[in-house]
Design a protein around this ligand. Structure first.
Ligand SMILES: [Zn+2]
Length: 71
Protein backbone atom coordinates (compact mmCIF):
# COMPACT_ATOMS: atom_id res chain seq x y z
CA UNK A 1 0.00 0.00 0.00
CA UNK A 2 2.04 2.92 -1.28
CA UNK A 3 -0.79 5.24 -2.13
CA UNK A 4 -1.79 8.52 -0.56
CA UNK A 5 -5.51 8.54 0.23
CA UNK A 6 -7.60 11.57 -0.67
CA UNK A 7 -9.02 12.88 2.58
CA UNK A 8 -12.24 13.95 0.90
CA UNK A 9 -13.22 10.95 -1.25
CA UNK A 10 -10.84 8.14 -0.30
CA UNK A 11 -9.33 7.83 -3.78
CA UNK A 12 -5.85 6.29 -3.64
CA UNK A 13 -3.09 8.20 -5.43
CA UNK A 14 0.37 6.95 -6.13
CA UNK A 15 2.79 9.39 -4.53
CA UNK A 16 4.93 9.18 -7.66
CA UNK A 17 1.93 10.30 -9.71
CA UNK A 18 1.17 13.18 -7.35
CA UNK A 19 4.75 14.33 -7.57
CA UNK A 20 5.26 14.01 -11.31
CA UNK A 21 1.85 14.44 -12.92
CA UNK A 22 0.18 17.12 -10.84
CA UNK A 23 1.18 20.73 -10.38
CA UNK A 24 2.97 21.40 -7.09
CA UNK A 25 -0.03 23.34 -5.75
CA UNK A 26 -2.39 20.47 -6.61
CA UNK A 27 -0.11 17.94 -4.97
CA UNK A 28 -0.14 20.05 -1.81
CA UNK A 29 -3.94 20.22 -1.87
CA UNK A 30 -4.18 16.42 -2.01
CA UNK A 31 -1.65 16.07 0.80
CA UNK A 32 -3.49 18.62 2.93
CA UNK A 33 -6.84 16.89 2.45
CA UNK A 34 -8.45 19.51 0.22
CA UNK A 35 -9.62 16.90 -2.26
CA UNK A 36 -8.26 15.61 -5.56
CA UNK A 37 -9.14 15.63 -9.28
CA UNK A 38 -11.46 12.64 -8.68
CA UNK A 39 -13.75 14.48 -6.29
CA UNK A 40 -13.44 17.83 -8.05
CA UNK A 41 -11.31 19.18 -5.18
CA UNK A 42 -13.94 18.45 -2.59
CA UNK A 43 -16.86 19.79 -4.60
CA UNK A 44 -18.43 16.55 -5.83
CA UNK A 45 -20.89 14.31 -4.00
CA UNK A 46 -18.10 11.77 -3.56
CA UNK A 47 -16.30 14.15 -1.22
CA UNK A 48 -17.56 13.18 2.21
CA UNK A 49 -14.38 14.25 3.97
CA UNK A 50 -14.40 11.13 6.11
CA UNK A 51 -10.96 9.92 5.03
CA UNK A 52 -8.74 12.50 6.71
CA UNK A 53 -7.37 10.09 9.32
CA UNK A 54 -6.69 7.55 6.61
CA UNK A 55 -4.99 10.30 4.56
CA UNK A 56 -2.57 11.19 7.35
CA UNK A 57 -1.80 7.51 7.92
CA UNK A 58 -1.24 7.01 4.19
CA UNK A 59 1.22 9.92 4.11
CA UNK A 60 3.15 8.22 6.91
CA UNK A 61 3.16 4.92 5.02
CA UNK A 62 3.64 6.03 1.42
CA UNK A 63 5.94 9.04 1.64
CA UNK A 64 8.98 10.26 3.52
CA UNK A 65 7.14 13.44 4.49
CA UNK A 66 6.44 14.24 8.12
CA UNK A 67 2.76 13.34 8.52
CA UNK A 68 2.46 15.69 11.50
CA UNK A 69 2.64 18.60 9.05
CA UNK A 70 -0.43 17.29 7.26
CA UNK A 71 -2.75 16.67 10.20
ZN1 LIG B 1 -10.72 13.14 -3.75
Amino acid sequence: MNDVTCGMCGEPWEYYYLTHELAEAEKKKVLRGKGCPCCDWGESDRATGEYQTKRVRSIANATDLDPVEYI
